[in-house]
Design a protein around this ligand. Structure first.
Ligand code: PMP
Length: 398
């Protein structure tokens, strides 16, 4: 039966992880993965999460099946976070939100629904993008192409190229947009640029799918979600996937959501019924624990405040690491302008290093990043930063 099965390529980033684990260099540093580590290099268990879990354990509940679309209080909390408590679109019941298995699950539910709705549509993702975007939409049956995004020479965004590609796209094309903290580059559009994107999506009849995997990691919860308000103001229907993997440090619980903004309450009910079919025929219904934790935190004022403080702590620590990295590289004699590292947002930095330089970082110094030049600044800390800066300086200077 399986004689003709070929070996699938290894996931490039998880493959890097395996290589890191096998490396015997005691000074090795893993900047390959997209995970936030605290100042001690540990994956944090947020206090708000521990307290919500303690609360839940004090009153343990039996685990029946959840509704297909998940915990109602969770879906409501997601909606209020993403669209704003008291927003007109929620009051008008124009958003269908379903609990999903992480941000990936939200994207996949949306992709499967879109494929049924508009099977001939193409999907455009940014060049470059999170490596799973292409595979995920491909596997949902779409042809996936890219719109220009990263401009290596300008150390920024090729915005003209991006707009031109959107303007050239056929009506109905699904455009996957990173709502904030672009992965992998770290470069985000300005509000004025977003306004032009929204206008273009509207004028060309495109379908916006906003992937929001890092809300709160860039500038703040509201600031990072501002693009959602711009899309709402346009009156367009659109998709938003949410991930709490990073913002709650709940990677393994698979907590996310998909929200679909519709024109009317009646449409919303119909869309929700279709999303439920996608879920039912894939995994029936979602798991309880992670979503219950997030719902408890978001809807309990003291825990919510604690979460916002802890999230701000992660955000500010990442920023401090960006600044410290630039300083340390300059102190190590790197003369190139590296200020772009502090302009980038979120967990990642496109360092501008070539694949050959990234390979040298690994083989000579045990510093693991992705060959694209992407490093996870959220994995830097005061202890590992000096060695990382020395290694980067060595490959940059020779
Ligand atoms: N979208 C982007 C842009 C991401 O970077 C990630 C996570 N690395 C995801 C979606 C998926 O998030 P999750 O782990 O919650 O599935």
């Amino acid at each position: 039966l399986f004689a003709a099965v070929e070996m699938a390529p290894r996931d490039p980033i998880l493959g890097l992880n395996e290589q890191f684990n096998a490396d015997t260099n005691p000074a090795k540093v893993n900047l390959g993965v997209g995970v936030y580590y605290d100042e001690n290099g540990k994956l944090p268990l947020l206090k708000c999460v521990a307290q919500a879990e303690a609360q839940m354990q004090a009153d343990p509940k039996a685990r029946g099946y959840l509704p297909i679309d998940g915990i109602a209080a969770y879906d409501k909390a997601v909606q209020e976070l993403v669209f704003g408590a008291g927003s007109a679109v929620l009051a008008a019941k124009r958003v269908a939100t379903v609990q999903a298995l992480g941000g990936t699950g939200g994207l996949k539910i949306g992709a499967d629904f879109l494929k049924r709705l508009n099977p001939a549509a193409k999907v455009l993702i940014s060049d470059p993008s999170w490596e799973n975007h292409r595979a995920l939409f491909n596997n949902a049956g779409f042809t996936v192409e890219t719109y220009p995004y990263y401009d290596a020479a300008a150390r920024g965004i090729n915005f003209e190229g991006m707009l031109a590609a959107l303007n050239a796209a056929a009506a109905g094309t699904v455009v996957v947009l990173h709502a904030c903290c672009h992965n992998p580059t770290g470069y985000d559009l300005t509000p004025a640029q977003w306004a032009q994107v929204v206008d273009t999506v509207k004028a060309r009849g495109l379908v916006a799918f906003l992937d929001m995997a890092y809300q709160g990691f860039g500038e703040g919860i509201a600031e990072d979600g501002a693009v959602i308000q711009q899309f709402l103001a346009s009156g367009l229907d659109f998709f938003v996937s949410t991930s709490f993997s990073k913002s709650f440090s709940l990677y393994g619980e698979r907590v996310g959501a998909l929200s679909v903004v519709c024109a009317t309450a009646e449409e919303t009910t119909k869309v929700l019924s279709q999303l439920k079919i996608v879920i039912r025929t894939n995994y029936s219904n979602p798991p309880t624990h992670g979503a219950q934790v997030v719902a408890t935190v978001l809807s309990t004022p003291a825990l919510r405040q604690l979460w916002e403080d802890e999230l701000a702590g992660m955000r500010l620590r990442i920023r401090a690491m960006r600044e410290a990295l630039v300083k340390a590289l300059q102190a190590a004699g790197v003369t190139q302008d590296l200020s772009f590292v502090t302009r980038q947002k979120g967990m990642f930095s496109y360092s501008g290093l070539s694949a050959a330089q990234m390979q040298r970082l690994r083989s000579e110094f045990g510093v693991y990043g992705v060959d694209s030049g992407r490093i996870c600044v959220a994995a830097l800390n005061e202890k590992n930063l000096p060695a990382v800066a020395q290694a980067m300086a060595a490959v940059l200077k020779s």
